[in-house]
Design a protein around this ligand. Structure first.
Ligand code: NDP
Ligand code: 8X3
Length: 250
């Protein structure tokens, strides 16, 4: 099976690896992100017949609508939407956090995802296509400093499951992918591009890679069309669960 994949956030990490994976598998890819030079780099690598680079800020509603409405004929018939673009605000508690990074995560991870999904849904229904949304283990397992990020990813997970119900009988597949630690620019972004913080998190624990994750997205997308992976939780072997915390009074 091949087709056209619309992948958000291809300028780094999972999105970049997925653009390469689907292009290598014979798909056409529409790839979005804010960093023009990275989009151009990927376009040079994958070729203009295979990859359409589109500069798009997922916080810009009008831009999302305009982008989806003006896809060129070669890339217009989207069969697969991978809602990947996203980020986490710094690991501050809600009471000690700045509001702006929280709103940025909500607007990117939730609002932009909903607007783009709504816009592409008629075509996806017409083609009995598929949607894969990047949620996170943070949707299900709370951790200190993760309230807004985990909240956005819980939304993505639940939106995916409820969307399946809405799309009942249309043949459209919807999947929530819920990974744990993948070494990408994710932790650099979360920590203001502090390389030492990222290295400390992923050091000596053999995290998943963007390529590992792209292979899993590829697997989910290319299963026989009568199979729907509802939700898939993933972790590196060296990441698992910790207990509750208890505050002692007095
Ligand atoms: P990266 O930081 O490497 O990539 C994030 C991508 O999202 C970039 O291409 C970035 O592009 C794009 N993006 C961020 N903000 C915007 C915006 N406002 N408009 C458009 N694009 C935007 O992180 P990952 O590859 O790791 O993350 C991809 C997804 O996977 C995210 O949704 C993340 O929450 C999720 N995830 C990541 C995990 C991890 O451990 N890494 C685990 C579980 C889920 P640009 O900056 O050019 O706009
Ligand atoms: C990010 C996954 O485990 O780093 O979505 O919080 S984790």
């Amino acid at each position: 099976m091949t087709g056209t994949a619309f992948i958000t956030g291809v300028t780094s990490g999972i999105g970049a690896a997925s653009a390469r994976r689907f292009a290598a598998g014979g798909w056409k890819v529409v790839g979005t992100g804010r960093r023009r030079e990275r989009l151009d780099g990927l376009a040079g690598e994958l070729g203009e017949e295979r990859f359409l680079p589109l500069e798009l800020d997922m916080r810009d509603r009008e831009a999302i609508e305009a982008t989806a409405a003006s896809l060129p004929a070669l890339f217009r018939d989207v069969d697969l939407l991978i809602n990947n673009a996203g980020l986490a605000p710094p690991l501050d508690t809600v009471q000690d956090s700045d509001l702006a990074p929280s709103l940025q995560a909500i607007e990117t991870n939730i609002t932009g995802l909903v607007i783009l999904t709504r816009r592409l849904l008629p075509g996806l229904i017409a083609r009995r296509g598929a949607i894969i949304n990047l949620s996170s283990v943070a949707a299900s397992y709370p951790y200190r400093g993760g309230a807004v990020y985990g909240g956005t990813k819980a939304f993505v997970r639940q939106f995916s499951l409820d969307l399946r119900a809405d799309l009942h009988g249309t043949g459209v597949r919807v999947t929530s992918i819920e990974p744990g630690m993948i070494e990408t620019e994710f932790t650099l972004v979360r920590n203001g591009w502090d390389q030492a913080a990222s290295d400390a998190l992923y050091g000596d624990m053999n995290p998943m890679t963007a390529e590992d994750t792209a292979d899993i997205l590829w697997w989910a997308a290319t299963l026989p069309s009568h199979i729907n992976v509802n939700a898939l939780e993933l972790m590196p072997v060296n990441q698992s669960f910790a207990g509750f915390q208890v505050a002692r009074e007095g």
